[in-house]
Design a binder for this molecule. Structure first.
Ligand code: B16
Ligand code: MG
Length: 216
């Protein structure tokens, strides 16, 4: 992977959370697996890959599809709430070891350079996660699952991020680990840096293995 492809200078950075700054996929997996077990089927780690970057309700629908089950809307609401309660319980053991390589150092470096920073995540638990990891003070704006109505690949989350930073989309770089997120960033007119490989995340302006590659 060529990690040194140049990208244009930018004034704002917008970060996805899970898979970019922090690894909470394991906790999501354990909570979904517990729900699947209650519903009478097994849920594999391979299945969990399909839930990354996807909203809570859409994740539940994919899980039910994989298990060959269907639930009423009311049952779905209750199941999603149960999964989330377990997930939040697991988050109690979250500590700075869950921060991905280079994440805290790069946030610090951007702040020192006067770059404005926003979060652009699908997670409704984003504020809790940022607080537990002690990285909330780095952010000028938080846009998350509580503030957006349209899921990625719709660009809403990143357009709101740029607006909250007082910047034009073209002045912002988005850091993302999901294909839908890369599509959303490009649809919004932003520079997109993918954490991952081109074959999984087509259309980005640069590919890196982790934020460590961004450090000066
Ligand atoms: P919650 P991101 C996403 O976060 C996760 O990748 C995805 O697995 C999860 O279902 C989604 O947030 C919603 O999370 O249930 O906590 O609201 O990658 O957009 O930061
Ligand atoms: Mg993500």
């Amino acid at each position: 992977m060529n990690e040194k492809q140049p990208i244009p200078a930018f004034r704002g950075a917008i970060f996805d959370l899970d898979g970019v700054l922090v690894d909470t996929a394991r906790y999501h997996y354990l909570a979904w697996k517990r729900l699947a077990a209650e519903l009478g089927f097994d849920f594999s780690e391979a299945g969990n890959e399909r839930l990354k970057g996807v909203s809570r309700m859409r994740s539940l629908e994919i899980l039910l599809e994989l298990g060959g089950r269907s639930l009423s809307d009311t049952e779905k609401e209750a199941s999603a709430a149960r999964k989330n309660a377990w997930y939040v319980e697991y988050l109690n053991s979250l500590d700075t070891s869950a921060l991905l390589p280079g994440a805290a150092a790069y946030l610090g470096e951007l702040r020192a350079r006067g770059i404005r920073i926003a979060l652009g995540s699908a997670s409704r638990n984003a504020p809790l996660i940022l607080d537990r990891l002690g990285i909330r003070p780095y952010f000028d704006a938080l846009i998350d699952g509580n503030t957006v109505s349209r899921a990625k690949p719709d660009p809403e989350v990143f357009l709101k991020g740029a607006a909250a930073l007082g910047l034009a989309p073209a002045d912002c770089t988005v850091f993302e680990d999901s294909a839908a997120g890369i599509q959303a960033a490009k649809a919004g007119g932003m520079i997109a840096v993918a954490i991952g490989r081109p074959e999984h995340l087509p259309g980005a302006d640069r590919y890196i293995a982790s934020l460590e590659a961004m450090l000066l």
